[in-house]
Design a protein around this ligand. Structure first.
Ligand code: EPU
Length: 295
């Protein structure tokens, strides 16, 4: 019989697993420990029921309070390995459960350049890939050579950027259907450690000056509409600093919603709609969520 490469944990509480610090308990969490032993996973998912969602670092989620009819999948592996060097480029393999800041730190230490623009983005490597995270002109997929992926139909296999279609904060398999990224290989340019760190520090300073880094937030809550900044539109509609209960739009950047520690999911969702309505009334633009709402 095959070894089971995952464990099933009851009732993960989203308030403890998301950077927004909101949300009740999902049905179960399936923690993937060995991506090469997932033959039993499709049956387990069928038996457990609930809508299946992937949980990475929880940095782009507003989860509702109460009992949530969700089965969450997470990847346990956090290993980051600097592998081989050829013609000035180095391969780095990261398991999807590794934190993106941990990956960037490893790259800085090894003097590997290419992803500095992502400094200050929280979340896991898997989550960043799944939503094609980006900032300051750099998208995480720009340095990817291959990813290890699990799909219900094909099991675990290595796939390549050309197997995916990318959009703004979005990534999908060209063949369609759900997928779970369990690890990724990156190719980076060798330079010196000091230069990479200096660039990352510069990005972090820019971020700290314009975004509420370190607060309980889920990053930008709305996508930027074509040719405009959702933050600017919200700001102009008077939402900057606007509060509701324990939640508010940041004073620093109006597209960040902050939990002061006592906020509730209902308040967050109501404030989200308030922002959307205000921008519609002021600008005639309907903002779309960037943040995922669970369930
Ligand atoms: N602005 C305002 N008021 C505000 C916020 C912004 O007037 O409250 C103005 C700024 O002064 C600037 C313009 O709007 O002139 C754009 O602002 P910023 O440079 O902060 O960029 P952004 O479009 O608001 C995007 C991404 C961020 C990413 C930054 C940097 C989205 C929704 N946002 O923000 O991504 O960090 O660029 O690359 O794509 C995220 O996705 O969660 C996120 C934070």
């Amino acid at each position: 019989m095959s070894r089971k490469g995952f464990s099933i944990l009851p009732g993960p509480v989203l308030a403890r697993r998301t950077t927004m610090g909101l949300g009740g308990a999902a049905l179960v969490e399936i923690r993937v420990e060995d991506p090469l032993c997932l033959d039993d996973l499709p049956d387990a998912l069928r038996n457990l029921g609930g809508r299946v969602e992937t949980l990475g670092g929880g940095s782009n989620i507003i989860a509702a309070d109460g009992e949530l009819p969700l089965t969450l999948i997470s990847v346990a592996g956090k290993e980051i390995r600097v592998e081989s060097e050829a013609r000035g480029r180095v391969a780095v393999r990261a398991e999807a459960g590794a934190r993106l800041p941990a990956l960037l730190n490893a790259l800085a230490k090894a003097g590997l350049s290419g992803l500095e623009g992502l400094s200050g983005i929280p979340g896991s490597v898997g989550g960043a890939l799944a939503m094609n995270a980006g900032s300051y002109g750099v998208e995480v997929w720009s340095a990817v050579t291959s990813v290890q992926v699990f799909t219900l139909g094909r099991g675990t296999l290595e796939m390549y950027p050309e197997d995916f279609a990318f959009g703004y904060r979005n990534c999908a398999l060209k063949t369609g259907g759900p997928f779970l990224i369990t690890a990724a290989s990156f190719s980076l340019a060798t330079t010196e450690s000091g230069a990479v760190r200096a660039r990352m520090r510069e990005i972090m300073l820019r971020k700290r000056a314009t975004q509420p880094v370190g607060e309980k937030s889920a990053g930008c809550v709305f996508k930027n509409p074509a040719g405009a900044s959702a933050g600017k539109l919200l700001d102009e509609a008077g939402l900057k600093g606007k509060g509701l209960g324990g939640m508010s739009y940041s004073e620093l950047h109006a597209n960040f919603m902050i939990n002061n520690g006592h906020g509730t999911s209902d308040e967050a969702l109501e404030l989200l709609e308030l922002g959307r309505d205000a921008v519609w009334a002021r600008h005639g633009i309907r903002l779309e969520n960037e943040v995922r709402i669970w369930p």
